[in-house]
Design a protein around this ligand. Sequence first.
Ligand code: DAH
Length: 339
Amino acid sequence: MSLNERIESLKNKAAEFSIEKKENVEEFRLKFLSKKGELNDLFDAFKLLVGEEKRELGKQLNILKQSIEEKLNQAKEKFGSEKKFSADAVDLSLPVNAFSAGSLHPVSIVKNEILEIFEKIGFTVEYGPEIEDDWHNFTALNFAENHPARDMQDTFFVEKEPKGNYALRTHTSSVQVRLMENTKPPIRALMPGRVYRNEDVSARSNCFFHQVEGLYIDENVSFADLKQTLYYFVSQFFGERDIRFRPSYFPFTEPSAEMDIYLGMETEQDARLTKGTGWLEILGCGMVDPNVLKNCGIDPEKYSGFAFGMGIDRITMLKYGIKDIRQMFENDVRFLEQF
Ligand code: DAH
């Protein structure tokens, strides 16, 4: 068959191809217009021609191509327009569905803010397990067996052998121990996490809450470094405020202190939070006890360090004026969507 005849025959075939339903549209396109379609074969043959013949047949081929494309477009319009009304069609005139994307929990917001402030001065972030053994939660931290200090914290013990050895950690100080055991000084880290205490639930205390622990171990670390670091934190988080250190006691630090910031008593809330003193305690701190360093395999002759621990929940309540700690853990969207 000459190319001329083949063009004629394809023209008839395309004209006779009946497009009766949606599926036929794609069949038609594949058969005639796709790369492997019949029209392409003719164009391949046409490329071999020369002169007048090439010009003449080129014209015919282009006319054929246009007519096939036209038939395809008409079919697309016909069957495509039906789609608008089918069950799975998208109705573009409907109002936007305002789905809720969720937001960070206020405790997470405050935690992130604290971590960022300390990251700027070179503190890394470390995590430890919430089910902790006696060694990491108490013994390594210088709580002697039967030491009365163990009564400072009412503990949720966990049924795991050996009995009495495992508990939900009562503070993030346990992560300090794990870090010192596994890392060579210098160590500069923040350790955030959830802690548990067997306490009566009230507006001010919950049976679980959140702490962030800080630890800095190196040669020649002094109490002055501790004060300066905490002063930096307060100025970043609360703005320029007075702070004060009161002597205190923790088994794992010596000397130990509690740090207060000055809120003043101008507002009723400040007066209530500070119990009429203007000062609010926000963290415990101290120089890591040499015994603790020894327990964790760090030479106390060579290294010293400071540690501190603060409750994130209380700071969150302070920041947002939340009056009842329980509100933060009820998962009430009306509360949560305010942050
Ligand atoms: N672990 C203490 C608590 O839960 C807080 C604390 C006090 C942590 C002094 C420290 C520290 O690292 O040095 O009450």
